[in-house]
Design a protein around this ligand. Sequence first.
Ligand code: PMP
Length: 424
Amino acid sequence: MSINFTTATFRDFENIPDFDIVKRADIFYDFLEYMKSNGHMNYRLKNNSGCSSVMNVDIGGKPDDFVSFVSNDYLGFTQHPKVKQAAIEGIQKYGTGAGASPLIGGHFVFHDDLEKKISSFFGRKQEEAVIFTTGYTANSATLQILLQKEDIAIIDMAVHASVHEGCAFTNTKTFPHNNLDALEHILKTSEDKFRTKLVIIDGIYSQDGDVSPLRDIYNLVKKYNAYLMVDDAHGVGILGETGRGALEEAGLMDKVDFITGTFSKTFGNVGGYVICDKKMAAFIRFQSRQQIFSATAPPSIMGIIKAIELVDEEPMWRIKLWENINYFKKGLNDIGLDTGNTCSAIVPVKIGDPNVTGDVGKLLIEHGVYTNPILYPAVARKDARIRMAVMATHERKHLDKTLNAFEDINNKLHIAKKFNNNHA
Ligand code: PMP
């Protein structure tokens, strides 16, 4: 069996039936070399400057400054002096690690403070949050412990990979992205067949940056006696009058059964959370294997507590972010580029063809702009795009430089003319 490198993606090397693991790794290595040789190896570049709108990145042994759109640090809080100071104080007071899992001695005062802070951020009671070391685990670990073979997970096909992983041991049905009729059909046909029906969606979707029809989904979930989990990793801090996210915008903050999210984006750190009823929170704390057998987050997460406060204390970051998003999106659309249905800080330029997308990523680097070409399996095979995350700390000159780069690339590769109509 052979693999065509020009059309292959990382996923194609997961399992090649004819070859054992060593041979598979060999072939994959050749593929990486091929990607490097055609300039498409736009992954795992070494950053030498932290998350910021301009990053010093090492490409092929030549570190240089690039305008960057690869960071989900939307409000720029990883570099905020007050957030850094709070993280430093955490380390000075408690050291660098927590040394144990929460259940057996790794639950510190600052973990407790953070759980209270994030639950009250959503207007919930203090006992209603459980924190995890990543947003990924918050989803996967919670779902693994909630759902078993008697239950069913009903998920939007575009939910995050961590949700798919969490549902691996239960019955799972997937509905086309944001398709209410398909969701209702599944809810109707699964009635009485399963012990628990849990619908899982994102608030903002991570590759298109578009929003869920949250109200309609909530109404359907109630109609069919199901439960609802919303992962709003990309909406929190950005959407809603006070930055509580997509659920605030939909008026559902106190209504959904489970809110999950991450501390790695708006809050500029690492970790994740689940917000739910206090008895459910206790169940997750004592039953989830990750809570029992895996160490808790280090004291530097005290920076998150300050970052959460800053969402209220310094709303100008959110205002600046939205000015940037609107300016940038309009600039791209004026060139004729397709940014899909985004209504968040995630701005995709949808191209379609994976190889053209790789070429665009390479040319952007040549123009001094660092972005992520996103290919299958993160998106459908023919839906490749350049994914950009706009930050509050981008300056107008950064956005203009990037728009000029896209204009130039479009003149060469005609990405607007050739592919835009497919997505109209
Ligand atoms: N949910 C969504 C929607 C995400 O986009 C991500 C991160 N890409 C996660 C969860 C996982 O968050 P973390 O990086 O904290 O593991």
